[in-house]
Design a protein around this ligand. Structure first.
Ligand code: GTP
Length: 609
């Protein structure tokens, strides 16, 4: 293998990631590695160094993967920190493909959790060398011996092979780094072949345009080189190429086999640098692409509308930019009679939805309304026609529906065995079907259920946590679809359906949804000059009804004098207020009523991880 002078010999490179259940301490361990390898000095060190986004730091969670280059014992280690939440599994699987090894980190006071298993399976599928590690051994509640045995049983190694560290105190971290060098295989690639690099992440930077993160598999990528993005056939020139350690550092020698780094081409169009694509040289480039990633399928949809209708173009631009940063985000324009112009946006899960919305509001200064989330349904009509419904208002009405299919998941719940009864009760109440149960040790069980995704995306996790005193952990993966007895519930104001409030729910829950929504709206919509009936209906059948009584609001009553200018002022003020109202038929609905009625506060917990 030929290496260019000064460039890192692939035999000295180790690419690895840290995978774990949420909160088992990945970011903290990454911090210690930054410090121990000397890339961040003690003075500049801050907790969760690699969590760069404000949201990540505030919530204490990792959303984006991060790659950083660490020098250790004559070697170059590329460490990729990954997120732990189930919604971001996609980020994890992308990072795994840029590595040869993975540190499987387990909290020594908690043991194996649902995402420990899910991430381990991902890493095994990607053929990575796995290093089992117990973290937080400084905790008084740590039981390293017990959990080393559990972990060894899972991976099929000896309990003495499980390393023990504390990301907090740094104990055992040097030994772990040595172990990475000794056991994780060096990357293998052909230095003489045409360049091939895998894009595993890309970010839009306001000043520099698109920053693309790559892992070079074969050949070499240099500065001022014309490169080709193989899936889009777009060519660009590399303006800058470098590594992250832990801030971007220009590398004049470019990147060779096995190296992980970034490149900047000055491109502003975010769609030209697609995650999973292969970068090659524009002159005598490679013929064959690297195996990319399966595009993640959105599981949950919601409508996003600017509160101020004039901000629609800004919202479009913001989504365009965010999509580069977040390959899992999909959207298309939609119009709502009640909310105006907006987008139907697909997400991987509820936390993903919250994060996207929060980033749009914070990073782009937008104010948004989002409609209640729903999953994707497949509807088969009696005449054999098939529809994919991502928006309840598109759900066909009338009696012509033959079958409705909803997505289901294979859900895995890990908890102490004393909670088996409570967990089963919750799952049964949500149309779950028990698949199986295994004991991981004498007091911990793994329970597997088939559960409709639509039942999980609302407060399922919160309920699970509260009924198990926080001890249960959940992971789910898509598992096809099942036929279900689902109906669309419409909400009508004065006989007119308000599209933004329609929902697809199981027949048994339709009544509850209708009654709740009608009550909520009665409180939120101010009285009008005529009576306004609020109805919840399935097709033509009304299942709940509330009334907003009429008032005759005489704004001029206060102006008993004959002062015409005062009267005019009052009328003008009233006109101003009207601008912030949406008309549904003859009914004026204040913007805030939509916001409040559609708020999902009760279904998602802001601090949930
Ligand atoms: N006592 C002790 N606490 C630790 C240790 N490592 C991490 N913690 C604490 O555990 C919590 C979670 O740590 P993080 O490093 O944020 O966990 P994470 O796995 O990166 O979490 P996500 O990014 O959300 O997936 C924090 O409160 C840390 O201070 C350790 O070795 N000992």
């Amino acid at each position: 293998m030929r290496t260019q002078p000064g460039q890192t010999d692939p035999a000295l490179i180790r690419n690895f990631c840290i995978i774990a259940h949420i909160d088992h301490g990945k970011s903290t361990l990454a911090d210690r590695m930054l410090q121990i390898t000397g890339v961040v000095d003690d003075r500049s060190m801050r907790a969760q160094y690699l969590d760069r986004m404000d949201i990540e730091r505030e919530r204490g969670i990792t959303i984006k993967s991060q790659a950083v280059r660490l020098p250790w014992d004559g070697h170059v280690l590329n460490m990729i920190d990954t997120p732990g939440h189930v919604d971001f599994t996609y980020e994890v699987s992308r990072s795994l493909q840029a590595c040869e090894g993975a540190i499987l980190l387990v909290d020594a006071a908690q043991g194996i959790e649902a995402q420990t298993l899910a991430n381990l399976y991902l890493a095994m599928n990607a053929d990575l060398h796995i290093i089992p590690v117990l973290n937080k051994i400084d905790l008084p509640a740590a039981q390293p011996e017990k959990f080393a045995e559990e972990l060894a049983g899972l991976i099929g190694c000896d309990p003495s092979d499980v390393l023990k560290v504390s990301g907090k105190t740094g104990e055992g971290v040097r030994e772990l780094l040595d172990h990475v060098v000794q056991t994780i295989p060096a990357p293998v690639g052909d230095a003489d072949a045409a360049a091939r690099a895998l894009i595993f992440d890309s970010v839009y930077d306001t000043y520099r345009g698109v920053v693309t993160y790559v892992r070079v598999v074969d050949g070499h990528l240099g500065k001022r080189e014309r490169i080709l993005m193989m899936s889009t056939n777009a060519t660009h020139e590399t303006l800058e190429i470098g590594v992250i350690s832990p801030e971007p550092k220009v590398s004049d020698l470019g990147l060779g086999v096995g190296e992980v780094g970034y490149l900047i081409t000055g491109v502003k169009d975010v769609r030209q640098s697609r995650v999973g694509d292969t970068v090659t040289s524009a002159v005598k480039g490679a013929q064959e692409m690297l195996a990319g990633y399966e595009h993640p399928k959105p599981m949950v949809f919601s409508g996003l509308y600017p509160i101020d209708g004039d901000e629609y173009p800004e919202l479009r631009e913001a989504l365009d930019k965010l999509q580069l940063n977040d390959a899992a985000l999909v959207y298309e324009p939609e119009t709502s009679a009640a909310l105006g112009f907006g987008f139907r946006v697909g997400f991987l899960g509820l936390l993903h939805m919250e994060i996207v919305r929060e980033r749009l509001e914070r990073e782009f200064g937008l104010s948004l309304i989002s409609t209640a989330p729903n999953v994707v349904y497949r509807v088969i009509m009696e005449d054999g026609k098939e529809l994919t419904v991502t928006n309840p208002s598109e759900f066909p009405t009338g009696g012509k529906i033959a079958q409705v299919f909803e997505p289901v998941t294979k859900s895995t719940i890990l908890a102490p065995s004393e909670f088996i009864g409570a967990i089963m009760e919750i799952c049964q109440g949500r149309r779950g079907q028990l698949l199986g149960m295994d004991y991981l040790s004498e007091d911990r069980v793994e329970i597997r259920y088939t559960l409709p995704l639509g039942e999980i995306i609302f407060d399922f996790f919160d309920q699970l946590k509260s009924r198990t005193r926080g001890y249960a952990s959940l992971d789910y993966e898509p598992a096809g679809e099942q036929e279900a007895d689902l109906v669309k519930v419409d909400i009508l104001l004065q006989g007119e359906a308000v599209d933004a409030f329609s929902a697809i729910v199981h027949k048994d829950k339709a009544y509850g949804y209708g009654v709740d929504m009608a009550k909520k709206l009665r409180e939120l919509i101010p009285r009008q000059q005529f009576e306004v009936p609020i109805q919840a209906a399935i097709g033509a059948r009304v299942i709940a009804r509330e009334n907003i009584r009429a008032i005759r609001k005489d704004v001029l009553a206060k102006c008993y004098g004959g002062d015409i200018s005062r009267k005019r002022k009052l009328l003008e003020k009233q006109k101003e207020g009207k601008k912030r109202m949406k008309m549904v038929g003859r009914v004026e609905v204040p913007q805030e009523a939509f916001v409040a009625a559609l708020s999902t506060d009760s279904s998602t917990d802001k601090t949930k991880k």
